[in-house]
Design a protein around this ligand. Structure first.
Ligand SMILES: [Zn+2]
Length: 333
């Protein structure tokens, strides 16, 4: 009997797959251009991220038979064709989440009123468009602090996914300025260096120091689902990492991760937009973040990594997964 039980335990352990969340920040081309200090032009209305990128992501997730999460920038829903596309994404069963109203990089620099407006307005716009009510938030450029989380928590959200536990921030800021060929002092991104100390797995953040867990026994209501990073340097697990290192190398690094840890892979709408013609940088082609790759080349890099994640993890929507831990306890009356 005892031997039988032990064998069963081993089997169930082998069958266990940790959860993985595939999340797409739907940063329109206008936000990407804005982010690098380029003129927006007509990219708010004529936006390949929505016209091509979203179609490609839907087809890819459909082929992989997984449900992902799409983090929307509220303002985009002012455009009827984008609104229709967002409804299609929701109808396909994917999670709809909040990625602020205007995608301002530097939410933590805003006064509390303006900060609240950025997050609440996006929420209201999403709901008014007929989309499911979001319960997850990610700050543009991973720029998050205690005030941002307080706003999201007060809105009754189940989770935030803005913390990047990486020491690569300063390096990424330099790379970013190099890509843009300018230093944008206004820009605040990649979080604080101390976030490298944040847990690598979902946790209940301390209200006064979001990179720390709540003390044991203190009931948490909102989870932090940190963006996963790759060993050894803590490069964020994004499509940009895949385009820069190649799919084989990323799979090799993924295999080195702790087997049982949940995973959050962060994708961006532009990751499946054809960049044969330059869409952001016209002064030269840049080999960073896939801005020099055709759609076919991007797919060829990204697909094997996503297949690896699908094989080794149980793909879940974060909104469903966190619910088990954040559901308010009903009190007997
Ligand atoms: Zn974004």
């Amino acid at each position: 009997m005892a031997a039988r039980k032990r064998r069963d335990d081993v089997t169930s352990r082998d069958a266990y797959k940790p959860p993985a969340f595939l999340q797409v920040d739907v940063d329109g081309l206008w936000t990407v251009r804005q982010c690098y200090g380029r003129a927006v032009g007509d990219t708010f209305h004529t936006d390949p991220v929505w016209q091509q990128g979203m179609r490609e992501f839907l087809a890819l997730f459909d082929a992989l038979r997984v449900k992902a999460g799409f983090f929307l920038v509220g303002r985009d829903l002012e455009v009827p064709s984008k609104r229709r596309m967002a409804l299609e994404i929701a109808e396909a069963g994917h999670e709809i989440a909040n990625h602020s109203y205007t995608h301002r990089i530097g939410l933590t620099k805003l006064k509390t009123d303006a900060l609240k407006r950025e997050i609440e307005l996006a929420h209201d716009t999403i709901v008014e468009a007929g989309l499911p009510e979001p319960v997850g938030f990610r700050s543009p450029g991973y720029d998050v602090d205690e005030r941002v989380l307080a706003v999201v928590r007060a809105m009754g959200y189940a989770y935030d996914a803005s913390v990047l536990p990486s020491a690569m921030g300063p390096v990424m800021r330099i790379a970013d300025a190099w890509i843009a060929r300018r230093i944008q002092l206004e820009k605040r991104q990649f979080g604080r260096t101390i976030y490298v100390r944040a847990p690598r797995i979902p946790y209940f953040p301390n209200h006064h120091a979001i990179w720390k867990r709540l003390p044991l026994g203190e009931p948490g209501r909102m989870m932090e689902v940190p963006v996963s990073t790759l060993p050894p340097f803590g490069l964020p697990l994004t499509a940009s990492a895949v385009f820069a290192l190649g799919s084989d190398r990323v799979i090799e690094l993924l295999a080195r991760r702790h087997r049982r840890q949940p995973l959050l892979m962060l994708l961006h709408g532009v990751d499946l937009v054809d960049c044969t013609e330059p869409i952001v940088f016209d002064h030269r082609t840049t080999a960073v973040a896939g801005f020099n790759l055709s759609l076919e080349e991007k797919r060829a890099q990204l697909e094997p990594v996503l297949r690896y994640v699908c094989d080794h993890y149980h793909i879940a929507r974060a909104c469903d997964w966190v619910q088990r831990y954040t559901e308010p306890r009903t009190t007997a009356s």
